[in-house]
Design a protein around this ligand. Structure first.
Ligand code: G
Ligand code: MN
Length: 407
């Protein structure tokens, strides 16, 4: 992240804490830092100053507290990065971050007060290049249809694939298809934002069509190398509400000789067919056609047990935020363990996301997780690189040995 582009707002009713954080941000090279003493003042300032791209906010404040502030950021479409801090401890911070993510905010981290300099530096560094939202003029709501059409036409849109492997045999079972954009003007726009813009302008099918084309173009090559991974595609609530999608996607895939049984659609929990009869209808038809459905990022949204039981879902992907601390946090471990148990009792397979260390593999295997995905095995890669990856992938080099499933 380029700190010289950082225009920060610190919201805290305690002037001393406010001063400490502001000073730390300046020492970290922020271009400008402003401070306010309440959530209400924060909203007013953000509405006046579109250049502010980072909010560091306390939770307990007069007027509008931090949680209400997160909601108002969404209501007023103030799309900027947020760091939440509080002296109230870890649990409330994590809850606040979850609420923020639910509001579609870019929460780049949480910090227990008093915030330490190195902690703040790490949070800012971990926000990857481009994570700091640009001023409002670059935000997705200002992306016009021609930007997207041009990006699609110019080949600035490309897919990457990330392997998912069987937890016991350590063999490739599927690849998740991820959309990547490299646009000279839209470069600040996170892929998710471009998807939002594409949806808003009715161009999401074209984006999906290009993703399918990316897969279709590589499918014969993968097969020629003896690889036949299932294809996991992310679809949004918008797509799931489109009654024409099942027939359309079946025909598109058919052109590449990809069969529905080779495809898994990943839905985020927020896209789950809750009270939306049309979504349920589309989900059911996809199931009837032979596609598999997975719930993505399980644990971060609002899927309830009835939805899990009633929706035609075959797989549950456990969010990486739980896998991340599985060795050290008993809460995380309990969540992963009960998610796996619940999934299995409902007849669903499980995928552990965000696996970065062999120790996580060991635990996930012990807990009975079926499939694994994460940087430990492979980062998302261009589709043409998959065969090379498969050839050189060596679990033993990671200290892992294949196990045979129990008979
Ligand atoms: O939400 P979904 O499951 O679609 O997320 C996929 C995202 O997760 C991709 O952007 C991918 O780069 C990222 N990802 C995949 N594996 C890992 C990992 O091991 N660690 C982290 N931090 N991110 C990962
Ligand atoms: Mn996914």
């Amino acid at each position: 992240m380029n700190q010289s582009q950082l225009n920060a707002l610190v919201a805290d009713d305690d002037p001393i804490a406010q001063g400490i954080v502001a000073d730390q941000l300046r020492r970290l090279g922020a271009h400008s830092v402003r401070c306010v003493g309440s959530g209400k003042a924060a909203i007013e300032t953000l509405q006046q100053d579109a250049d502010i791209n980072l909010l560091v906010t306390d939770l307990r404040m007069p007027d509008t507290d931090g949680i209400a502030l997160l909601r108002q950021l969404e209501e007023f479409r103030l799309r900027l990065c947020v760091i939440i801090m509080s002296a109230l401890g870890d649990k409330i911070l994590r809850a606040a971050a979850t609420i923020g993510i639910g509001h579609d905010l870019r929460i780049i981290g949480v910090a227990v007060k008093p915030v330490r300099f190195d902690q703040l530096r790490r949070l800012l560094e971990s926000g990857a290049e481009g994570t700091i939202a640009p001023p409002a003029s670059d935000s997705w709501s200002d992306v016009v249809p021609s930007d997207i059409r041009n990006a699609l036409a110019d080949g600035q849109y490309a897919i990457q694939v990330q392997p998912v492997i069987d937890a016991l045999s350590l063999q490739l079972v599927s690849v998740e298809v991820l959309s990547r954009w490299t646009h000279p003007v839209l470069r600040h726009c996170a892929p998710g934002d471009v998807i939002l813009a594409a949806e808003a302008h009715g161009l999401i099918m074209e984006v999906t069509r290009q993703a399918l084309q990316g897969v279709g173009d590589n499918w014969p090559k993968w097969r020629s190398h003896g690889l036949c991974p299932k294809i996991a595609l992310n679809i949004s609530a918008h797509t799931l509400a489109d009654l024409s999608f099942p027939d359309w996607v079946t025909a598109e895939l058919d052109a590449y000789s990809i069969r529905p049984k080779d495809v898994i659609f990943e839905l985020t929990e927020t896209a789950m067919p809750a009270d939306a009869p049309i979504s349920l209808e589309v989900a059911c038809r996809l199931g009837l056609y032979g596609f598999k459905l997975a719930i993505d990022d399980f644990g971060t949204g609002y899927a309830n047990l009835t939805q899990l039981k009633d929706a035609p879902i075959q797989q549950l992907k456990i969010d990486k935020s739980f896998v991340e601390h599985i060795e050290t946090s008993s809460d995380s471990r309990t969540i992963v363990e009960s998610s796996i148990q619940l999934a299995h009792e409902l007849g669903l397979t499980t995928v552990g996301e965000g696996v970065e260390r062999p120790s996580q593999v060991e635990l996930l295997r012990t807990l009975g997780c079926d499939h694994l995905q994460g940087y430990l095995f492979a980062r998302p890669m261009p589709p043409a690189a998959l065969a090379d990856w498969a050839r050189s992938f060596d679990p033993e080099a990671l200290g892992l040995a294949p196990e045979r499933p129990e008979p």
